[in-house]
Design a protein around this ligand. Sequence first.
Ligand code: ZN
Length: 287
Amino acid sequence: MLVSAKEMLEKAKAGHYAVGQFNINNLEWTKAILQTAQELNSPVILGVSEGAGKYMAGYKTVVGMVNGMLEELKITVPVALHLDHGGYEACYKCIEAGFSSVMFDGSHYPIEENVEKTKELVKVCAEKGLSLEAEVGSIGGEEDGVVGMGECADPKECKMIADLGVTMLAAGIGNIHGKYPANWQGLSFETLDAIQALTGDMPLVLHGGTGIPADMIKKAINLGVAKINVNTECQLAFAAATREYVEAGKDLQGKGYDPRKLLAPGAEAIKATVKEKMELFGSVGKA
Ligand SMILES: [Zn+2]
């Protein structure tokens, strides 16, 4: 059964480790992530962007697929199904479809409007037992077509949104989505420290986990990050393994064209990436 991300993140924050959010794109992705979490006895959050939801034929299809897998694959570790960077309407659609967690990305609204809409969603999510992630300050890079810079959030605004009763808070600390440019300045630990000082026990979320050096990840966890989003890294691993298979001509040998064979190396590559991240984040054995 899907669970809210609240308990797993509170435990992570108290225990100084982080739970990975791994974004899913299809059945192979979902299966690889769930199997790895189970194998490593780690809690896990499956992230679904609006674009990926659309690609997978809608949120109800996603909920059906994930719930089916939890049962058929006998997954017993805590799993949350989470809308990633949801707009106001997408949040309601996912709540209705059976997601156990949503992120309302109100970062592009003026702070007053972000506060109003977040307040409303806090109430709805509390009634239905879902966890809610809010974002303050835009997180750089490309988010479903929206490009931002690696900005830093205002700690006072973070405190204001945290006090509304959200479950977890994403704040820009110089992180960006996608691949990091060569001239990236690194994470602003000063900002993170200031945010944690004001928000206390609130689990903080680090978006754009791909390509942040391991020592920075560890430092961020020490400063209160309890959820780290990984998306691009699984995509790159999947693409590289699939490329290797095709370039070796394996799809032309025997029944190598069978999708169950063609997509297998990519799925294995996702598993390896997820394992590496769970080990780095410290969530192994914490289910
Ligand atoms: Zn993000």
